[in-house]
Design a binder for this molecule. Structure first.
Ligand code: NAP
Ligand code: F7E
Length: 371
């Protein structure tokens, strides 16, 4: 009988970790995850798996750990002997990385080195390693669109820490023949996206606004452009990267770019709210131009919960609090290499992604109302 493959995921409690776990369990992997000790629950995204008695401690195992703790990593690798490691753990917030640059480097840069070193220390020469690299490496972009060959120019402590991680992967691949790969993933979003990243911040707040639970959203740079895809597809791409015949580096992206402003407009539009913009820079406001709740199916069946949305009310404001000291203005990726060698292509379009996120947030907010 064929042995089940064993995967170890760091960052299993995050957006991507939770989707990747589901994908690997469906592919009959035994999945081990590292979770951090926290003073409150941090397993919300994987509770549905944790609470499944057919999975827990049979096909799905959780271990306390931290990628700043070398001996913990060595012990876990020795015990688990994974066939594949997916290193998704990171201090992943770009603006926060300006406030905690040292910690960000400890986790995002040296964390990667610690795992690679643990692979060598424990003699796991056949283990394949996936590194969660990022489009933030391109920062002040040197070429449009960005490919695996585009030069890097990171613009934040997060980007610089991830640059170290990128190169230490390449170095261990070349120096020790370890199967180590970088997935250079452009922004990918979902209903499980952390609430402080811009897309989820917008869809969550817009749902609260239409239900009369919040007055407005305060945002930063509305003109930044991002290549936004749908997270579950990108997690499937991570797996494909490790099934390639050798360690290599791949861009995963949609090839389309949109501004934060467009994301905001489309979110409100899907709730039946047309926005108009008045003022400039920090004085800019997003104002309701018209409202037709019949545009959204979830609202149609919950009419009694709709708040007082009227023409002329201000729902968006801008604050420099959310500006970055150095911004990444434009990202758009070219994933042709992944399409050619891995058969991977982003499927979910921008409009569909916004729809998935706003409907999920509306339902969540409505459920809270019922409780
Ligand atoms: P996320 O939701 O912020 O999840 C990060 C995960 O890392 C969480 O499970 C977190 O644990 C864990 N973590 C943080 N510090 C840790 C430490 N010191 N030791 C162990 N675990 C730690 O991030 P994501 O969006 O899923 O992204 C996954 C990875 O891809 C990250 O490395 C990110 O930088 C990278 N990336 C993301 C995108 C994107 O658009 N989402 C694009 C490119 C690359 P807690 O739950 O306890 O906080
Ligand atoms: O910002 C602008 C902000 O924080 C996107 C991480 O997963 O993707 C993510 O990093 C843009 C930026 O994501 C607000 O200035 C405006 O230009 O959602 P974000 P990010 O910085 O692109 C990459 C690929 C990663 O690797 C990271 O781990 O939106 N923006 N107003 C705002 N951003 C936030 N967070 N909040 C605002 O109010």
């Amino acid at each position: 009988m064929k042995k089940n493959k064993i995967a170890l995921i760091t960052g299993i409690t995050g957006q991507d970790g939770s989707y990747l776990t589901e994908i690997l369990l469906k592919k009959n992997y035994i999945v081990h995850g590292i979770i951090r000790r926290s003073s409150s629950f941090n397993t919300g995204r994987i509770d549905h798996l944790y609470n499944d008695r057919n999975l827990l401690n049979k096909k799905f195992f959780l271990h306390y750990g931290d990628i700043v703790d070398t001996s913990n990593l060595n012990r876990l690798l020795e015990k688990i002997q994974p066939d594949e490691i997916y290193n998704l753990a990171a201090q992943s917030h770009v603006l926060v990385s300006f406030q905690i640059p040292d910690y960000t480097a400890q986790v995002d840069a040296l964390g990667t080195l610690r795992i690679l070193d643990a692979i060598r220390e424990t003699g796991l020469h056949k283990t394949k390693f996936y590194q969660a690299s990022t489009s933030e490496l391109y920062g002040k972009v040197q070429e449009v669109p960005q490919t695996e060959k585009t030069s890097f120019y990171p613009r934040s402590p997060y980007g610089v820490a991830k640059l170290y991680a990128y190169w230490i992967i390449v170095n261990f691949r070349e120096a020790y023949n370890i199967f180590a790969s970088n997935g250079i993933l452009f922004n990918h979003e979902s209903p499980r996206r952390g609430e402080t990243f811009v897309t989820r911040k917008i869809t969550r707040a817009a749902a609260q606004i239409v239900l009369g639970k919040q007055e407005k959203i305060i945002l930063g740079n509305l003109d930044a452009k991002r290549d936004w895809g749908y997270a579950p597809e990108y997690c499937e791409g991570m797996w494909r990267i490790l099934q390639h015949k050798q360690g290599d580096d791949f861009v995963l992206a949609t090839g389309k770019t949109h501004t934060v402003r467009e994301f905001t407009e489309l979110t409100f539009k899907q709730l039946g709210i047309e926005l108009e913009w008045k003022g400039k820079a920090e004085k800019e406001k997003g104002i309701v131009k018209s409202f037709n709740p019949e545009m959204n199916n979830v609202l149609i069946s919950n009419k009694n919960l709709i708040g007082k949305i009227k023409k002329g009310i201000r729902v968006i404001e801008v604050s420099p609090v959310y500006y970055r000291p150095t911004e990444v203005d434009l990202l758009v990726g070219d994933a042709s290499k992944a399409q050619k060698l891995l058969g991977w292509k982003a499927k979910t379009k921008f409009k569909e992604l916004v729809g998935i996120m706003i409907d999920a947030d509306l339902r969540k907010q409505i459920k809270n109302t019922d409780n």
